[in-house]
Design a protein around this ligand. Structure first.
Ligand code: NIG
Ligand code: FE
Length: 417
């Protein structure tokens, strides 16, 4: 094997070249970089060339060993595009919270359920009890479900253990999962465990006993915190971010979901990768976010399940903010893994265009994970992470539950066969 691969027979190739030039801000249809009758050339897992097959010359292949050293892979016609990046999940957990759906539907709020011992803490109980093996086999099925929809990069958070031993157990499970490229995020600051009286005491415990171990063991690349009314406050975020940064960890946060606390300010100050939810933000907040380097990671599935308003995606994009989309898959506020549903919600409820949704779930999400230099578009030098769709890109995010993905590759290695 020479490492030089030519994928040919592609009816429509979406490179996202234009979107990449704009750093995923305000993408329009032409930024999808549609090429008809195209080829994609990769070398050792990276993209080296894309364009109309008729323009693929010997000179392009020569530095890589030339045509005689290449493998030609004829794809059944269809669309090739960057694979999906799912940038916010809580998919390692035990137990279930089906009863909460019923309660919420009868008018009990997410906050009231949490106060009564349900919510995040009920998943914590089950997850602490579960063996690593059982957690892993449940989580692997969920990973496979994402992969089947064309996801090749997947973020997974801890945060359903809230003690040293089991937070590490969750991260070990995340590390052991097979298939996509996995980004692991430490979310010890997800809720206050019942053996702590105050958030202050718990944050100090995290900083002294847990975070150093997480950093040392290299089990997480990033740190997350849930800042909201009834959860952590900005002062806790400040402490955590400072400490995490001193360990060289990346930062992200759940913010401004239930109430406007302007926690996103902290994400800007500490140069976080993304700020997630942003349901409550107003005009001035939108302006600040648009001017920042943050990626606004919107999670409309959670808003749907919690019967909340949707974040102001239209205003964010129009102001110049970079937007990504994710499921927020978890057993409470968003028990769906369906990317098509998230995209349809984004189009219908948040007035995002198809080009904006496609960009948000590929390049925007790469930015949300600080992987923009490696992933998210099929431009020269980036990882050969792509999917083959049976049909056109216009078949995406239209029919809920329809996943026309028939092949996927991660750095040129086939994930969906
Ligand atoms: O992103 N907001 C906090 N965390 C999750 C919910 C987790 C849960 O309910 O178990 C979220 O929505
Ligand atoms: Fe979340």
């Amino acid at each position: 094997m020479s490492g030089l691969n030519i994928y040919s027979g592609i009816s429509e190739l979406i490179t996202l070249k234009g979107a990449a030039k704009k750093q995923a801000r305000q993408p329009v249809e032409k930024d999808l970089g549609l090429v008809k009758n195209a080829s994609l050339v990769t070398y050792k897992g990276s993209v080296i060339w894309t364009g109309p097959s008729a323009k693929l010359t010997k000179a392009i292949l020569a530095p890589y060993g030339g045509i005689k050293n290449s493998n030609e892979i004829k794809l059944s016609s269809g669309t090739v595009m960057p694979s999906f990046i799912e940038s916010h999940t809580h998919l390692v957990f035990a137990g279930e919270r089906k009863n909460e759906f019923e309660l919420r539907n009868q008018g009990v709020s997410y906050g009231e359920i949490a106060k009564a011992g349900g919510g995040i803490l009920s998943t914590v109980k089950a997850t602490r009890k579960a063996s690593q093996k059982d957690l892993k086999s449940a989580a692997q099925k969920r990973v496979n479900e994402f992969v089947s929809q064309g996801v090749t990069t997947l973020e997974i958070k801890s945060g359903y253990a809230l003690n040293l031993k089991d937070e590490l157990k969750m991260l070990e499970v995340a590390k052991s999962l097979k298939g996509p490229h996995i980004v692991k995020t430490f979310l010890g600051a997800h809720a206050l465990p019942s053996n702590f009286k105050t958030y202050d005491a718990y944050i100090d415990f995290l900083l002294q006993k847990v975070l150093p171990k997480v950093a040392q063991s290299q089990l997480a690349e990033r740190v997350d915190i849930f800042i909201d009314e009834g959860y952590f406050q900005k002062s806790h975020g400040e402490k955590l971010f400072k400490a995490a940064q001193s360990f060289g960890l990346g930062l992200t946060m759940h913010a401004d979901q239930m109430k406007l606390t302007k926690a996103y300010d902290l994400a800007i100050k500490y140069n976080a990768h993304s700020v997630d939810h942003l349901v409550q933000i107003k005009k001035m907040d939108i302006k600040k976010l648009a001017q920042s380097s943050l990626t606004c990671n919107l999670l409309p599935g959670a808003d749907f399940y919690l019967k909340m308003p949707y974040p102001p995606a239209r205003a964010l994009i129009d102001a110049g903010a970079r937007v990504s989309l994710a499921t927020d898959f978890n057993p409470g506020s968003c028990p769906t893994q369906d990317l098509s549903f998230i995209g349809v919600l984004a189009r219908l409820e948040m007035k995002m265009s198809l080009a904006e949704v496609i960009t948000a779930y590929t390049l925007g999400a790469a930015f949300a994970l600080n992987l923009q230099n490696q992933k998210g578009s099929l431009t020269t030098g980036k990882d050969a992470d792509f999917i083959l769709i049976d049909g056109s890109y216009k078949d995406l995010f239209y029919q809920v539950g329809h996943h026309p993905v028939v092949g996927s590759w991660l750095k040129n290695k086939k994930l969906i066969k």
